[in-house]
Write a protein that binds this ligand. Structure first.
Ligand code: IMP
Ligand code: MG
Length: 172
């Protein structure tokens, strides 16, 4: 399928550096653990971790599945891989690839809050506000996009296109 570039690789690099600097400043002097939501956020999370650039920032992974192989949210969120350690007392930064309906994020926030972290903030690479169905607060946002299904930079369509350095729209 042809792909139309929506966000260039250089724009992504600049924005992730900017987000990393903002997070470094906001969490100055505080311990911080990134929780990367698999699979879509793993490339963003790895770049963000390096952009934060603090040698004491840890990372853990939470696998969720909210889609079959299509482009529509099922609304059902399933944990496919849990965190490797408890997060009670930790400052957690939840790292998402994209907030679409917001169902996944609100489910995850409820789930993580129950584990009693010291604080929870949200960082999402992309946001599609036109599709949002439940209110969510994103503390650090990469880019706002329209109602289009995007791939690349970790985001997939049926497990394809995660490797793209840019974000693009599939043109049927
Ligand atoms: P939500 O629960 O509807 O907010 O969907 C969140 C999850 O759906 C994201 O973490 C993505 O994995 C996936 N998703 C939503 N929109 C897109 C898209 O445009 N491209 C690829 N994956 C998407
Ligand atoms: Mg996905």
């Amino acid at each position: 399928m042809p792909i139309r570039e929506l966000i260039s690789s250089s724009k992504i690099v600049d924005r992730v550096q900017w987000m990393g600097a903002a997070i470094r400043q906001d969490f100055s002097g505080k311990p911080l653990t990134l929780v990367s939501v698999l699979k879509g956020s793993f490339i963003f999370a790895s770049d963000l971790l390096r952009a934060i650039g603090r040698d004491d920032v840890g990372i853990d992974f939470l696998g969720v599945s909210s889609y079959a192989d299509g482009t529509e949210s099922t609304g059902i969120v399933r944990i496919t891989h849990d965190l490797s350690k408890p997060i009670d007392g930790c400052n957690v930064l939840l790292v998402e690839d994209i907030v679409d309906t917001g169902l996944t994020l609100s489910f995850l926030l409820e789930n993580l809050k129950a584990r009693q972290p010291a604080s929870i903030a949200v960082c999402s690479f992309l946001h599609k506000p036109s599709r949002q169905r439940v209110p969510v607060k994103i503390d650090y946002l990469g880019f706002t996009i329209g109602d289009e299904f995007v791939v690349g930079y970790g985001l997939d369509y049926a497990e394809k296109y995660r490797c793209l350095q840019y974000v693009g729209v599939l043109e049927p």
